[in-house]
Ligand binder design. Structure first.
Ligand SMILES: [Mg+2]
Length: 149
């Protein structure tokens, strides 16, 4: 029976401070800049979290990367993970039809999809890592321990 760990991308695996700074105009976030696929190469790996991910992978856990980045970013995200030698087994971005869904609702529906696709259950998820308080509460409502980096 596989054991899984779930990791968020932005401000968890990836330090996105540069992208955030470029996207912030007079105190407001321009999401077309924040989620510009060409800017993802500016992200820096959060080494503490990447080490944790790799250790869990070495211990035989499978890695599910669950991010609310729009699906347009998926190729750039895959390239970035490859460039930074970060392994994963399943990866989901936010599809078009979920564009306006709140992150915790999106992640909750993806969690259900995940359990179906992998014939898995919350007991098989040993840890989740996410920086968003609402996401953390959602994971914990399934009994999944969640670490805030
Ligand atoms: Mg995040």
């Amino acid at each position: 029976m596989s054991k899984w760990v779930i990791f968020d991308m932005d401000s968890t695996i990836a330090n996105i401070n540069t992208r955030k700074r470029l996207a912030t105009k007079s105190g407001k976030m321009d999401y077309s800049i924040l989620f510009d696929s060409n800017l993802i190469t500016l992200d820096q790996p959060n080494l503490k979290i990447v080490d944790l991910l790799k250790s869990l992978k070495d211990f035989g856990c499978k890695v599910f990367i669950l991010t609310a980045r729009p699906v347009e970013n998926i190729q750039a995200t895959i390239e970035w993970l490859k460039d930074n030698n970060i392994p994963w087994d399943d990866l989901r971005c936010k599809p078009h039809n979920s564009q306006y869904q709140k992150s915790d609702k999106f992640k909750e529906s993806e969690l259900h999809r995940f359990f179906n696709v992998h014939n898995s259950s919350p007991e098989q998820v040993i840890l989740s890592v996410d920086d968003d308080e609402k996401n953390i509460r959602m994971f914990e409502s399934y009994g999944i321990s969640t670490l805030n980096p």
